[in-house]
Design a protein around this ligand. Structure first.
Ligand code: PMP
Length: 310
């Protein structure tokens, strides 16, 4: 990762080296942070450049608020202020296509689990290619089912995008990499399919998309939601349902999605080839509907492209 020069921190733009926090920050000890991952893209209309846009900026920062609400963390800035900070960080670093990380965390002041430690905020941005490795959007990855399950209901809320949740993601992702796989897929405590370490899942059966429900210990992904809407509007059936593990092996096509992973095809799971072992036709169709939002071939009738210069 190449560090960006400028970071927004507690209301001001600062140099990378000045955006620091104390070793006694509550979040470092207790995982008390919430965050977002957002991408900006160069956009085009009729083949002509139409400036950079941040994909579903307001929806992401609204989810940041929802995550903070779950943990009873008072947010020090409004969604509009955080949106503005996101834009400022991208512009100040001279980026157009970037990955943004708004981050709110309990810092200093009081200590202990129930302390009303004040909430600090930062927004960073950096350049990031395909999250799961170069070329994976075209070739797909080999995945495995993790030996680690996601959180049981009413333990750690999977619906919050909170720092502490990513201890689970680290177990899943690190185990997969250690075993030589591109990514790990976790089961819920029910034994049914949940999601990837940091991505939601779509399985294809008979030309329809099947995705696991929010009750399966997953983050309700904004990419997942975008795919559901794009697919339904294109006349593709989408079913949200509980799915047993073995359906991973039996589906016609399989892909993961997320802001970082975008739409990453999966060509095998636990050594079983999926379909033809390469991105299938519906996966490619979804990729082109999704990336079409940026190259102009999919009209943005949803208002998802929020211009960088607003
Ligand atoms: N699940 C988890 C655990 C994630 O970390 C992410 C990435 N934020 C996703 C799913 C996908 O969510 P989104 O499409 O909103 O990035």
């Amino acid at each position: 990762m190449q560090y960006p020069e400028w970071i927004w921190h507690n209301g001001a733009i600062k140099r990378w080296e000045d955006a620091t926090t104390h070793v006694m920050a509550h979040a470092l000890h207790y995982g008390s942070s919430v965050f977002e991952g957002i991408r900006s893209y160069d956009t085009f209309i009729d083949g002509r450049p139409n400036g950079a846009a941040i994909f579903r900026l307001t929806d992401h920062n609204t989810r940041l608020y929802a995550s903070a609400k779950i943990y009873d963390m008072p947010m020090p800035y409004s969604v509009a202020e955080i949106n503005a900070a996101c834009r400022e960080v991208i512009r100040r670093n001279g980026f157009s296509k970037a990955y943004l990380r708004p981050f709110a965390f309990r810092g200093l002041g009081g200590f202990g689990l129930s302390a009303d430690t004040p909430v600090d905020m930062s927004v960073a941005a950096w350049l990031m290619g395909p999250y799961l490795g170069p070329g994976v959007l075209e070739t797909g990855i080999d995945a495995c089912v993790s030996s680690w399950q996601r959180f049981a209901p009413n333990t750690i809320p999977a619906g919050a995008k909170a720092g502490g949740n990513y201890l689970s993601g680290q177990l899943v992702a690190r185990e997969a990499r250690r075993l030589g796989f591109g990514e790990g897929i976790a089961l819920a405590s029910t034994g049914l399919l949940s999601e990837g370490a940091g991505e939601n899942l779509f399985l294809v059966f008979d030309g329809a998309l099947h995705t696991t429900p929010v009750s399966a210990a997953l983050l309700n992904g904004i990419t997942r939601n975008s795919i559901i809407r794009l697919a339904r509007d294109a006349g593709i059936e989408v079913v949200e349902r509980d799915l047993p593990r073995e359906y991973l092996y039996l589906c016609d096509e399989l892909f993961m999605c997320g802001t970082a992973a975008e739409i990453t095809p999966i060509r095998s799971v636990d050594g079983r080839q999926i379909g033809a072992g390469k991105p299938g036709p519906l996966t490619q169709r979804i990729q082109s509907l999704f990336f079409g939002l940026f190259d102009g071939s999919t009209p943005d009738k949803y208002g998802w492209l929020e211009p960088l210069d607003a």
